[in-house]
Design a binder for this molecule. Structure first.
Ligand SMILES: *Cc1c(COP(=O)(O)O)cnc(C)c1O
Length: 382
């Protein structure tokens, strides 16, 4: 089976991890700050806070922005459940903004329409989480303007998008947001097995995320409520978690970062090749917004005839092509339906779901394998 995504590990990555195994610290040593530094260097953001997953990092971001009971968080229905769950962990309510039919990202028009209504009913969101689907940035300039007008904060879920650019600058620089989140799951752009990162330019948010990452414990005398009892002393000043990344994982991440531009180039070349070889009247290839250079985490085609969707999917799977579907709209999940969402709530997202297929895309995908995918697809859509 040709999978839809797969990590790219070389000998240098392996050596980097082995070196940590032989060192004094396999966690909470020097490798985590080093990995964080590699991401601030790469993106230009001031602070990076590593976590043991993007899910944890999203939760840290919500906690740092004081998301809690009585607050509302909006995200896209077309995302992994974690983009919405992070708000529920924090005790807030979740609502969704339908997608743009061309980019499949959160629609700025739909966002504005929903904000106008929410203002009248007193249900404005505290935080909006745009998701850079497939590695292509949302229209952040428009979302940022709305944030200023309506007073909400922005967490970019850039789990797909490390290495991508928006208006010529790196995604993750937080020019248009308060916090940006990356994921390092093996199918994503670079990997630490499990892992995530929160980027920010705000010292206060960075400090809060570091505190919540490790039990809410501080060793900083300035933050303590009383004099230190001695050199062993620390204080728990908030209810935090253990969301720490290990040094083993961080060493892998730093090593992977050396090849990130190469990874993005290969992914873009493969995507361009799909674009060239898939011109077909029965399907649409992914559209790129002029402001974006996508990290190309996913290559999603949509079928014009939704009645063929399941058959094409099944035919591809049975010819050994590990196609996938990103994503089942979150509001259609039973857990979210129990919270009051229904079929038909976000029609563009649901229409996308009835047509979308993610084709295999990863750095080690050969042209021969890609040709196999293309042939299987063109046969299946006939
Ligand atoms: C993968 C992913 C996450 C969660 O990432 P983990 O590192 O697996 O926790 C969150 N949001 C989106 C959009 C993702 O694709």
């Amino acid at each position: 089976m040709i999978p839809y995504g797969k990590q790219d590990i070389n000998q240098e990555d392996i050596d980097a991890v082995i070196e940590v195994l032989k060192s004094d610290f396999i966690t909470q040593g020097p490798r985590v700050p080093e990995f964080e530094q590699s991401l601030t260097d790469y993106t230009g953001a001031k602070y990076a806070i590593a976590a043991n997953s993007a899910t944890s990092a999203l939760h840290l971001a919500c906690l740092a922005l004081d998301v809690g009971k009585g607050d509302i968080v909006w995200t896209s229905p077309v995302t992994f459940v974690a983009s919405a769950n992070c708000a529920l962990y924090s005790g807030a309510d979740v609502d969704f903004v339908d997608i743009d039919p061309k980019t499949y990202n959160m629609s700025p028009e739909k966002l504005e329409e929903k904000l106008v209504k929410a203002k009248l009913t007193g249900t404005l969101p505290k935080v909006v989480i745009p998701v850079h689907l497939c590695g292509q940035s949302c229209e952040m300039d428009r979302i940022k303007k709305l944030a200023e007008q309506y007073g909400f904060k922005i967490i970019e879920d850039a789990s797909h998008a490390v290495g991508g650019k928006y208006k010529g600058t790196p995604i993750g620089n937080c020019k248009y947001s308060d916090i940006t989140i990356f994921s390092f799951h093996p199918v994503k752009i670079i990997t630490t097995a499990e892992g995530g990162m929160a980027m920010t330019n705000d010292a206060g948010l960075a400090e809060k995320m570091m505190l919540y990452r490790s039990h809410g414990i501080t060793r900083d005398p300035d933050r303590m409520t009383e004099e230190s009892h001695g050199p062993w002393y620390y204080q728990q000043i908030e209810l935090g978690y253990n969301y720490r990344l290990t040094d083993l994982q961080a060493a892998l991440g730093t090593s992977q970062m050396k090849r990130i531009d190469q990874f993005i180039k290969i992914r873009n070349d493969l995507a361009d090749r799909y674009d060239d070889l898939l011109s077909n009247q029965r399907l649409s290839i992914p559209k790129q917004h002029r402001d974006c250079y996508s990290a190309r985490h996913l290559y999603v085609i949509t079928l014009h005839d939704q009645n063929m969707h399941k058959t094409v999917f099944e035919k591809m799977r049975s010819s050994g092509i590990g196609v996938n579907l990103h994503y089942i709209p979150v509001h259609l999940q039973p857990y979210y339906k129990k919270r009051g969402f229904n079929d038909g709530d976000f029609p563009i997202s649901e229409d996308y779901y009835s047509r979308a297929i993610s084709l295999p895309l990863y750095t080690k995908l050969t042209h021969a394998e890609q040709d196999q995918v293309i042939n299987a697809l063109l046969q299946a859509v006939v």
